[in-house]
Design a protein around this ligand. Structure first.
Ligand code: GUN
Length: 296
């Protein structure tokens, strides 16, 4: 079997099309959703992600802006900027790109963002809402994984899902989203990590495998049940002297071997990445709708 490729770009384009109608409805109320993306320092990967986020916001007609701070900024400076953005009515959404340079407190920074402007869904209040099944912004990458599955005809409802990785950006919130009693969820979720006994066997028991561990090509064909659906969240730079840049991007899944056993698989790049950015736009438009009393 050679797997169907789940094209993230096409799914993302569909969602962005739906968002245009919501942006137009807001425009009639003279509201333009605004997104402030904060980049502290100059981590090359973060630079590229931030550029993509701000550009996508602008392409949709949102007020998207990147605000840059020097790598040696103090914690007070970062918190001062977040406080200003919380108070600025032009911005319905604030995102501080992680990781922050050493010496800065990520937890204090995320907690300083007003929960209603937390379009990353990472504030403890929004994480609590997620776990309780209450409405609120959800973290973008897990939301994107769910949308990819549902919109490609591989809904997790009633399925066994194994997630590799228990990080706060993907693994933990994705488990909470997919175990929810809700359409597009209702899955039986196993979260696997470095202390999981017989991790390959745990993955082989799953109908859907999601790799979010941050290790290049970690998931190999022997870990995937024939016919399973595989979602690759990884973005890893590996050295490639044949490229001008000197590197190429690979996922957490060994794509070439796993595509021979899976029934469907997401590529890297062009898989989950476009969905992450799109769900940030969804969260920003929803925040603007809430701010003017429209139901998201
Ligand atoms: N760095 C990598 N992924 C993310 C994300 O989803 N949000 C933020 N703020 N930083 C990230």
């Amino acid at each position: 079997m050679t797997a169907e490729i789940i094209e993230g770009k096409a799914i993302a384009a569909g969602i962005r099309g739906e968002l245009r109608d919501r942006v137009e409805r807001l425009a009639k109320l003279t509201v333009r959703p605004g997104l402030a993306v904060v980049l502290v320092g100059n981590n090359p990967a973060s630079e590229s992600y931030v550029r993509g986020k701000t550009q996508a916001a602008q392409e949709l007609g949102l007020a998207g802006e990147t605000i840059r701070l020097a790598a040696d900024s103090t914690q007070e400076h970062v918190l001062g900027l977040v406080a200003d953005l919380n108070a600025d009515p032009r911005y319905h959404g604030i995102l501080v790109q992680l990781p922050l340079p050493g010496g800065l407190d990520e937890r204090a920074t995320v907690e300083a963002i007003h929960p209603e402007k937390d379009v990353d869904g990472l504030h403890p209040v929004n994480m609590g809402r997620l776990l309780r099944g209450e409405p609120g912004p959800r973290p973008c990458t897990p939301l994107g994984v769910q949308q990819m599955l549902v919109r490609s005809g591989h809904s997790p409802e009633g399925k066994r899902v194994a997630i590799v990785g228990r990080g706060i950006l993907v693994g933990k919130p994705l488990a909470a989203i997919l175990m929810q009693k809700a359409p597009g969820a209702d899955a039986t979720v196993t979260v696997c990590h470095s202390r999981t006994p017989d991790l390959p066997a745990a993955l082989r028991s799953a109908d859907i495998v999601v790799a979010a561990i941050g290790v290049a090509c970690f998931v190999t064909a022997d870990m995937v049940r024939p016919g399973a659906v595989v979602v690759d969240v990884g973005i890893n730079r590996v050295a490639d002297p044949s490229r001008k840049s000197g590197y190429r991007i690979v996922g957490d899944v060994d794509f070439e071997t796993v595509r021979e056993v899976a029934s469907a698989i997401t590529p890297v790049p062009g898989g989950v990445g476009p969905l992450t950015v799109t769900m940030l736009l969804v969260n920003t438009v929803a925040a603007a709708e809430r701010a003017v009393g429209l139901h998201a």
